[in-house]
Design a protein around this ligand. Structure first.
Ligand SMILES: [Zn+2]
Length: 67
């Protein structure tokens, strides 16, 4: 499987490459699901951004605009 090298790295494990997730469709064809799997921690991410971007916490620290 092809590894995609990027300038980004996994926010979980620091790996710098990922693979497209390929899954079997209903007609039997192998198709990319549009998701990505980190080659380091093997986590699945719904897009590249969520792979390299640190997960946002529910609370936004000190980000309450006063106006
Ligand atoms: Zn990772």
């Amino acid at each position: 499987m092809v590894n995609y090298k990027t300038i980004y790295k996994c926010h979980e494990c620091g790996a710098t490459s990922y693979q497209k997730v390929i899954d079997r469709a209903q007609n039997g064809a192998l198709l990319p699901t549009g998701q990505y799997r980190c080659t380091g921690c093997r986590n699945i991410f719904s897009d590249i951004r969520s792979w390299w971007e640190p997960r946002r916490s529910a609370e936004q620290p000190c980000a309450t605009p006063s106006a």
